[in-house]
Design a protein around this ligand. Structure first.
Ligand code: SF4
Length: 280
C-alpha cells in the first residue's frame, strides 16, 4: 500500500488508552520520508473529542505517533513508533477539525496536538496548526520540548499555547527517566519565554522517581523565571498504561509503584506555588 491510499481504520478513538499498533506498518520508508519532509501526511494514533484536560475549554485532540523519549512511566508506549500510527492525509485531518470548529468555539475550546511527540512530525504539525488558525480554532501543542528548535519563530506564532512537559530538573535524573538530555527542553522553554508564548507546564509526579523535593524546588524556580508559565499541572502517576507495556512485550519497571498520595500532590503543588505559580 502507498501512504496515500484511502484508509479504512477509524481515526476516532474513545480515548488514547486504546492500544493501537501497526496502523502504518506497510507504508514504505520512502513514503514516510516524503511525508515527514512535506507534512502532506501525518501518522496518528487517533483523534479524540471532548477532552477537558488538554488545554482550555473542550478540546479535540489528535494523538501523533513517534516519540524519541522512553519515559519509564509512559502510559502510551504504542505511540513510540511512527509505524503504529494511521497515515492520515493532511486534508483529512483538517476536515476533522472543520466538523468541530463551531462547537469548539461555543465551548471556549480548541485543538490540541499531542502524542507521542508531535514535533517528530513537525511539518505536519505546523501545517495542521496553520489550518486550524485559519479556521479560527485555538491551537495547543502538547510536547516534551526536545525538538522545539525545529519550529521557526513565525511557526511558533501559529501555536496559541504550549503544554510543555518538563520531566525532571536534575540532568542525570532526566536522562535516566526518559533516555535523553534535558538541555534542548530547557532551551525551548527559554525561547518560548523570550517570544512571550504562553506555557502550561506539565509535571508527572511519580513516587520515589520524580518527587525529590530539592529537584522540584529548582524546577519551580526555573519555571517561575520564565515569566510565561500560566499554570502548572501536577499530573499524578497512574497505572492505566501498564497493560500496553505488557501487550507490547516491553519491560515495565514501575509495576509496584502506587499513585502519589494527596499529601504528596499537595506538597508538590505548594512547591510551585511558593515560586508564585498557579499549580493544580
Ligand atoms: S514523552 Fe510522552 S509519549 Fe514520549 S515516552 Fe514520554 S510520556 Fe511517552
Amino acid at each position: 500500500m502507498s501512504a496515500t491510499e484511502p484508509q479504512t481504520n477509524t481515526l476516532e478513538a474513545k480515548s488514547p488508552f486504546e492500544l493501537r499498533v501497526n496502523q502504518g506498518v506497510n507504508v514504505s520508508d520512502s513514503a514516510i520520508k516524503k511525508a515527514l519532509e512535506s507534512g502532506d501526511i501525518g501518522f496518528l494514533h487517533s483523534f479524540t473529542t471532548g477532552s477537558t484536560v488538554d488545554g482550555p475549554g473542550v478540546r479535540v485532540v489528535a494523538w501523533t505517533s513517534g516519540c524519541q523519549f522512553r519515559c519509564l512511566y509512559c502510559h502510551n508506549p504504542d505511540t513510540w513508533y511512527l509505524s503504529n500510527g494511521l497515515p492520515v492525509p493532511l486534508e483529512r485531518a483538517i476536515d476533522e477539525l472543520k466538523k468541530y470548529r463551531h462547537g469548539l468555539k461555543a465551548m471556549f475550546g480548541g485543538f490540541t496536538l499531542s502524542g507521542g511527540e508531535p514535533l517528530m512530525q513537525d511539518r505536519f504539525a505546523v501545517r495542521l496548526f496553520t489550518a486550524a488558525k485559519q479556521l479560527g480554532i485555538h491551537t495547543a501543542l502538547d510536547t516534551n520540548g526536545f525538538l522545539g528548535a525545529r519550529l521557526s519563530d513565525d511557526e511558533l506564532e501559529q501555536i496559541d499555547l504550549v503544554l510543555l512537559d518538563i520531566k525532571a530538573w536534575d540532568p542525570e535524573r532526566h536522562r535516566q527517566l526518559v533516555g535523553k538530555e534535558i538541555g534542548p527542553v530547557l532551551d525551548f522553554a527559554r525561547r518560548l519565554s523570550a517570544r512571550k508564548r504562553p506555557i502550561w507546564q506539565r509535571f508527572v509526579l511519580v513516587p520515589d522517581l520524580t518527587d525529590d523535593a530539592a529537584d522540584i524546588a529548582e524546577l519551580a524556580k526555573f519555571s517561575a523565571s520564565l515569566g510565561t508559565v500560566k499554570r502548572v499541572d501536577v499530573l499524578p502517576f497512574h497505572q492505566m498504561g501498564r497493560f500496553k507495556w505488557k501487550k507490547l512485550g516491553l519491560e515495565y519497571e514501575l509495576d509496584d509503584v502506587q499513585p502519589p498520595t494527596n499529601e504528596l500532590v499537595q506538597r508538590v503543588c505548594e512547591q510551585f506555588r511558593a515560586e508564585g505559580l498557579k499549580a493544580y
